[in-house]
Design a protein around this ligand. Structure first.
Ligand SMILES: Nc1nc2c(ncn2[C@@H]2O[C@H](COP(=O)(O)OP(=O)(O)O)[C@@H](O)[C@H]2O)c(=O)[nH]1
Ligand SMILES: [Mg+2]
Length: 277
């Protein structure tokens, strides 16, 4: 039984769900990280229906809260650059490697760029992934300018006729403005060489509403094209996916479900809704 299964069974089974039942449903939705506005909307949708169809009404409300934008990864003819952005620890580096593997398994040529030059360990981490996956990683010495690493990588990707350049970026700097300026600069220099077809924000599902707040900050500063939702294998109730799409309208494109390279799947809206119910 999914997250709301128990309370749904209760509401659906009775002729008249009580006020307490509706409250219980709203609490269950809040606990699942849907956020207050969306939880209220879904309860209202369910209450407007007869009890027998309450679960269909909820499914419909959940479905309509998801983004209707394409979840396909967009690419250009020739080389496309994908920027991976987000707060430290959310899973940017791991997701960059996972995405590289997914595209490579799909027959595409891939190059990785280690543009989080603020921590030597971050560069090493991506290089280790590259060795393991047999995918080249463009890197520079620690503390090099991230934009120059990205620019160099873009030139190499173009010269080598690579399909996808995946740029792993830094997640923290002195101030939010520094970070956003840096991301803007990385994007601009890459665009001088190849089109940036995706800016993917990585969100850690276990951070709940805090992850949503982070997403809003990034969405205000950079044009995000999609989300990679990580750590969906953990204790996260997973409702955050709905909260994000309902409030930002940015489609979740990929989901991380573990620490190994193959723990990565495209987001399937219908299967996701069924798992919640
Ligand atoms: N369980 C789980 N762990 C993950 C997932 N994605 C990343 N991690 C772990 O989260 C930690 C931070 O990941 P990292 O890629 O270094 O984050 P970054 O700072 O954003 O680059 C690492 O220990 C990863 O193995 C996921 O989908 N599931
Ligand atoms: Mg990293």
């Amino acid at each position: 039984m999914g997250l709301f299964g128990k309370i749904l069974a209760k509401i659906t089974g009775t002729a008249h769900a009580s006020a307490a039942d509706w409250e219980e449903l709203e609490t269950a939705l809040l606990e699942a990280d849907l956020g207050p506005a969306l939880s209220k909307k879904i309860v209202a949708a369910a209450r407007s229906e007869k009890s027998e169809s309450a679960s269909q009404a909820i499914a419909a409300a959940l479905r309509s809260s998801l983004s209707d934008k394409s979840r396909e990864l967009s690419g250009a003819t020739g080389t496309s650059a994908l920027l991976i952005v987000g707060v430290n620890g959310t899973g940017k580096t791991t997701s960059s490697a996972k995405l590289a593997k997914a595209l490579s398994d799909d027959g595409r040529s891939v190059l990785l760029a280690a543009a989080d030059t603020f921590r030597a360990a971050a560069v090493e981490q991506l290089r280790t992934w590259g060795e393991r996956l047999d995918i080249d990683v463009i890197h520079a010495a620690a503390n090099a300018d991230p934009a120059s690493v990205a620019f160099d990588a873009a030139q190499q990707a173009l010269a080598r006729k690579i399909d996808y350049l995946i740029v792993d970026t830094a997640g923290r700097m002195h101030t939010k403005n520094d970070l956003m300026d840096q991301l803007g600069k990385v994007k601009r220099v890459v665009e001088k060489v190849v089109p940036v077809t995706e800016v993917l924000l990585v969100i850690d599902a276990t951070t709940g509403q805090n992850g949503l707040a982070q997403a809003k900050v990034f969405a205000e500063s950079v044009d995000l094209t999609g989300i990679i939702l990580t750590k969906m294998d953990g204790s996260a109730p997973g409702g955050i996916a709905l909260g994000i799409e309902a409030s930002l309208g940015i489609p979740i494109k990929w989901v991380g479900t573990g620490e190994s390279a193959s723990d990565f799947t495209p987001f399937e809206p219908e299967a996701y809704i069924q798992s919640l119910l």
